[in-house]
Design a protein. Structure first.
Ligand code: F3S
Length: 285
């Protein structure tokens, strides 16, 4: 039996970097300062629980942040707005900045372009922490647009200088459609496609692997929307595609008359879970 594990399965570069930074900090800490992450470092309960057991606490609000004393605060890959940095400085927190460099780049663009007086348009979901963070770097008028209808409704004076950026995980064709709609209006556009390739690459590879295997396993949390999407893509290519959270969900009957197994995983699936599934499948068959 052959097992093919997608190279892009699991954490993207930015999330891996952020999780590594937290463990690095825990391992090098002398215990004098408490360690916090502002929001869960990833959407994976096991990892968050493991960190909690090592003394890393999650805080969710600005109010909680403001109360901290002798704290080390880790900023996750989504990044935060400028006022959070100011707040952390005001309480003398040690900042570990794990903002993904691709998100940092958007902060820089938004800061510079808004300082030049351009109106900022962020294509993304207003409630997503990454978008909230990006908004917090603009010093000019800022709009968040998620749908074609919202793009249609955008009404600015003619010849307004605008700069368009996107949430890193936004759908590429949806972004293009929204931009095309805005381009129909008479603004001076500066368009920056800041979508990150990690999601697209993971999906493209999952599709390619699923197309050449008898059974495909997709690993990820039940509520993970990117894992759900991976599952749909793989199922389209390979009818025997199964969604699992851990090795315990594997049913041996899936592998009858099977020569090649493919494995991929959603963006919040730690490497050890992928390895465990891979080892389990190899040992059994
Ligand atoms: Fe990941 Fe950074 Fe892209 S967090 S999805 S590599 S923007």
């Amino acid at each position: 039996m052959k097992v093919i594990v997608a190279k892009t399965a699991g954490f993207c570069f930015g999330v891996k970097r952020a999780v590594d930074k937290v463990y690095e900090k825990v391992n090098n800490s002398d215990g004098h300062k408490k360690i916090y992450t502002y929001g869960p470092i990833i959407h994976n309960e096991e990892v968050v629980k493991d960190l909690e057991s090592r003394g890393v606490h999650v805080i969710y609000t600005k109010e909680e942040l403001a109360q901290l004393k002798d704290a080390i605060v880790i900023i996750r890959s989504h990044g935060v707005s400028r006022d959070i940095y100011e707040l952390l400085e005001s309480i003398n927190a040690e900042i570990v900045d794990a903002t993904c460099p691709f998100v940092k780049k958007i902060h820089r663009i938004v800061k510079e372009e808004s300082e030049k007086g351009r109106t900022i348009i962020i294509v993304g979901n207003k409630k997503h922490p990454e978008v909230e963070g990006i908004m917090g770097w603009s010093v000019s008028d800022t709009y968040v647009i998620e749908t074609i209808e919202q793009a249609e409704q955008l009404s600015l004076p003619e010849n307004t200088d605008i700069c368009i950026v996107s949430q890193t995980t936004f759908n590429y064709s949806k972004f293009n459609n929204i931009v095309a709609k805005i381009e129909e209006k008479n603004y001076n556009n500066n368009i920056m496609n800041t979508i990150c390739n990690a999601t697209h690459e993971r999906q493209a590879e999952a599709k390619a692997v699923a197309a050449q295997v008898d059974v495909m396993l997709v690993i990820g949390g039940r509520n993970s929307s990117n894992t759900q999407k991976l599952f749909e893509i793989c199922k389209y290519e390979c009818n025997h595609t199964y969604y699992i959270q851990t090795v315990d969900d594997i049913d041996d009957s899936w592998f009858e008359n099977c020569d090649v197994i493919g494995i991929t995983a959603g963006a919040s699936t730690p490497n050890n879970i992928i390895e465990e599934v891979k080892a389990n499948v190899r040992i059994k068959f």
